[in-house]
Every structure is written in structure tokens, then in C-alpha cells.
Write a protein that binds this ligand. Structure first.
Ligand code: EPZ
Length: 425
């Protein structure tokens, strides 16, 4: 199994190109089930999760051809299979994104109910309620959610839950509604840029969606969708992670292909910490002149601070000059990184969904364990600045969401190595 060895203390400097967004690419790939004709997607990152989605789509009769430069061609060849089995869904929760398209195009979807995961409970009740409102009949057999509908009909529905809306749930309902008869209005829809990107993709295929990017999305059903050529938006979470890498190492990184307008909450928090963020010639330059101020951060649905950067900003705030308060409002248990950062000398006190971060002068390298994608990124960031050597085990978690991160960090001057240890479980 692969692990990273990092010798901390190098200032990162240079240019990094931000890839297409994983969380936009995954539902857009699933949406290809709806299309008649070939789809060409540009900016599809080469990640473990993307390969899992390819495998699932292949099983569902969609051919996928990867071309150089992160281009992926997809085409429906066979519409017989409607089953996303446990093996695939267990590997990647975003597999549930095939539910809406299968139901709308093939009249049936059978998707294994995802279990719990490292970041906490992740139910899909809102997905099912939304699809039911369009006319689907749900059943649960052998751990699989089975949805059937001879015909879907537009409806007005509400997708809010106890923690706000649902990103992939909004995607599922929107994908089903594009082929439903009549108008669907999703109230309390997720406003995340990845949902808006999916809507833009569907419109490019002939769908009639408006209001995406706001909490009220209107979809007028059409008879069919055609193929198209489309470029995935840049990954705001990857961009935010590299911004924090510049800040934590007291370096200077120029980000190419970065949509700063999708990161305003992150920019706001980083500027309050004392990080400089400027636009120049279409790029974003992030630098820090040390002395990090403590702040309060609360993760919220978009346009609030993203939960997917909560772990990374915690790593940064470990080194601030005072006490910070981080509150997680999307996944109250998403704190697996707390114990690992503490092994590196961080002073963290967890109280319910809040962590009090007492700034320390330095972090100290240690062997730590990656538990999930973003927690792993936080450990890498901590390792980049820690005194001495940090060993991060189970880096397959980070490979799910960051394409060859060690190579890109090395190009920026980091001392990080990927090694393999057959005996590590
Ligand atoms: C998406 O997950 C992302 N995944 C996650 O990114 C991200 O953390 C999350 O949105 C929040 O921004 C993809 O886009 C593939 P939700 P999703 O449904 O859609 C509750 C990463 O690191 N909820 O918006 O599964 C849920 O428990 C990943 O890249 C219900 O109660 O998240 C949570 O508290 C991890 N019922 C909140 O809503 C439901 O039916 C938001 O979850 C669905 C969700």
C-alpha cells in the first residue's frame, strides 16, 4: 500500500494548474445515461473516483474512451442493465448519481443503498423523496433501493433536510426531471457550482433548466437529450487546498484555471487569517507573509465555507497566533483528522460539532493515518510545514480526489515522496 514521506519546512513557490472538478465530473458522467449520441467531456480529472464511475457506467452499457489531456468520450451502447451493485457503491458513494438518469431513461433503477462512511451518516432519503414526487415507486430489497416508473411527471418539491439541501440529491432529481412530462420546480435546491455545471451540461444536451445556482431550479421536461461537447468547471476544492498550501508554507503559488468567484467564502476567511490573494492575468496568486491570525470558520452549504475544506483550514489554523473556532454544519462528525493532527503537536479540543484550535508555534512530523479524502489533504498540508518527517499511510484516500498530488507539490518545491509498503495494511 502506498504512503507519503514528507520532510517539512520547504516554502512552496511556482505555478499549479487546477484540474476539472471531481464533484462536477461524476454526476455529469452519470447524466450521459440520458443522452442519445456521443458526449465528449474535457477536463475530466484522472482520479480513482472517476475510474470507479467509468467502471460503473461500463457495466450499465455506457462505453467510455479516455483521450490524452483529460478528455473522456461516453456513449450509451446498451440499455439493458439498471443495477449499480454493492461492490461499486461501497467503493464510491457518488455511484448513487446514476439513480435519477436510470429511472428517467430506462424506467427502473436498482442502486445499492450506500452505508455509513468515514465522514459520518450520509442518508439518501431526500433523493428518494424527490424521485417519488416525480412518480417513482420505491422499494428496498436486499440492501438495494429499487425505483420504478412507467412515466415521470413534473412536480413541485422541496429538497431541504436537517443540514441544508443535498448536492447529489438535487443532481438526481434534476437529471430525472429533464425527461419528465411537464414542469418540475425544486425548492431548496443545492446552489453548489457543481450542480450548476451539471445543469449547464444538461442544457447543452437539449434540456430546459433555469434557476440553477439558486435555491429554486425549474426544469421543463423534454422528450430526449442529445450528445454534446462540454468542459467541466475547475475544482474549487483543489484550488482551495493549494491556496492553503501556499499559506501554510509561507510560500507563493500562482493558480491557473481557478474560478475565484466560486471560492469567495474561502477567500474571505483566508484574508482574515492574513493570506494575500490577488488576481493577475486571469490567474490567482496566493502568498503569505507569516503571522497567521486566528478566526472563526463555520462550514455551510454554498456559498458558505465548504465542508470539503474544513480539515485543510484546520491544519492552517493549528499554526495561527491564538485560538480559532471551527464549526462543522454539514457533517457534524467529520473530524477524523483531529486525532491525527494532534499526533503532530496540534492543540485541538472537540466539543460536539465544534473544534477549538489553540495555535502552536510548530507542528512536528509523525506517522499518521489518512482516513478520508479531505482529512488526508489536511495531513499532507500539516506535513509540508511540520518539523522533521511525516509519514502518511493509506494515501489511496487522497488519490480519490487529487490527481498526482505529490508530483504537483514536488514541482512547487515540496519534499514529498510516494513509497510502497507491502506489509502495511
Ligand atoms: C456532496 O456529497 C459531495 N460529493 C461531497 O464531497 C460534499 O462533502 C457534500 O456534497 C457537501 O458539500 C459529491 O459531490 C460527489 P449532501 P453529497 O447530500 O451530495 C444530509 C468530497 O470530499 N443529507 O449534499 O453526498 C447529509 O447527511 C465529498 O469530495 C440528508 O439528510 O452530500 C449531509 O449532512 C465528500 N439526506 C447534508 O445533507 C439526504 O438524502 C449534505 O449532504 C442527503 C443528504
Amino acid at each position: 500500500m502506498d504512503y507519503f514521506l514528507i520532510s517539512g519546512g520547504k516554502r512552496l513557490r511556482g505555478v499549479v494548474e487546477i484540474n476539472g472538478a471531481k464533484n462536477a465530473a461524476l454526476p455529469i458522467m452519470a447524466a450521459c445515461i440520458l443522452c442519445e449520441g456521443e458526449v465528449t467531456l474535457h477536463g475530466v480529472p484522472d482520479l480513482a473516483d472517476i475510474r470507479s464511475m467509468e467502471l460503473l457506467l461500463n457495466k450499465l452499457g455506457v462505453s467510455t474512451t479516455r483521450e490524452p489531456g483529460n478528455t473522456l468520450r461516453l456513449k450509451v451502447e446498451d440499455e439493458m442493465n439498471c443495477h449499480a451493485d454493492y461492490e461499486l457503491v461501497r467503493r464510491m458513494r457518488a455511484s448513487v448519481c446514476v439513480m435519477g438518469p436510470l429511472l428517467a431513461k430506462r424506467g427502473k433503477s436498482q442502486v445499492s443503498m450506500p452505508g455509513g462512511c468515514a465522514i459520518g451518516d450520509r442518508p439518501i432519503n431526500l433523493h428518494i423523496e424527490g424521485l417519488k414526487a416525480l412518480g417513482a415507486e420505491p422499494d428496498l430489497i436486499g440492501g438495494d433501493v429499487i425505483l420504478k416508473a412507467k412515466k415521470l411527471t413534473g412536480a413541485e418539491l422541496f429538497l431541504g433536510g436537517p443540514f441544508g439541501s443535498t448536492v447529489t440529491g438535487t443532481a438526481n432529481v434534476m437529471m430525472a426531471a429533464v425527461l419528465a412530462e411537464g414542469r418540475t420546480v425544486i425548492e431548496s435546491a443545492a446552489c453548489e457550482p457543481e450542480v450548476a455545471d451539471l445543469a449547464n451540461f444538461l442544457n447543452a444536451c437539449g434540456a430546459r433548466i433555469s434557476g440553477h445556482g439558486s435555491p429554486r431550479i425549474t426544469i421543463d421536461g423534454v422528450k430526449s437529450l442529445h450528445g454534446c461537447e462540454y468542459t467541466i468547471i475547475p475544482d474549487r476544492i483543489e484550488a482551495g487546498t493549494f491556496m492553503i498550501a501556499a499559506a501554510i508554507t509561507n510560500g507563493e503559488i500562482r493558480l491557473r484555471n481557478c474560478k475565484l468567484e466560486n471560492l469567495l467564502a474561502v477567500v474571505d476567511r483566508l484574508r482574515h487569517i492574513g493570506v494575500n490573494i490577488e488576481r493577475e492575468d486571469g490567474d490567482v496568486i496566493v502568498s503569505s507573509a507569516r503571522r497567521l491570525e486566528p478566526i472563526e470558520v463555520t462550514s455551510q452549504p454554498y456559498p458558505g465555507f465548504p465542508t470539503d475544506l474544513q480539515a485543510q483550514i484546520m491544519a492552517l489554523l493549528c499554526l495561527a497566533d491564538g485560538n480559532s473556532v471551527i464549526t462543522e454544519k454539514i457533517y457534524p462528525d467529520r473530524f477524523m483528522h483531529v486525532a491525527e493532527l494532534s499526533r503532530m503537536g496540534a492543540r485541538l479540543r472537540k466539543e460536539g460539532p465544534t473544534v477549538i484550535v489553540e495555535g502552536v508555534k510548530r507542528l512536528i512530523g509523525a506517522p499518521v493515518m489518512a482516513s478520508d479524502l479531505r482529512a488526508s489533504a489536511a495531513l499532507v498540508l500539516a506535513g509540508l510545514v511540520a518539523k522533521g518527517e511525516t509519514r502518511i499511510n493509506r494515501v489511496y484516500h487522497i488519490d480519490r480526489g487529487y490527481e498526482r498530488i505529490e508530483r504537483r507539490l514536488i514541482a512547487l518545491g515540496a519534499d514529498i515522496e510516494r513509497l510502497s509498503d507491502a506489509s502495511e495494511e
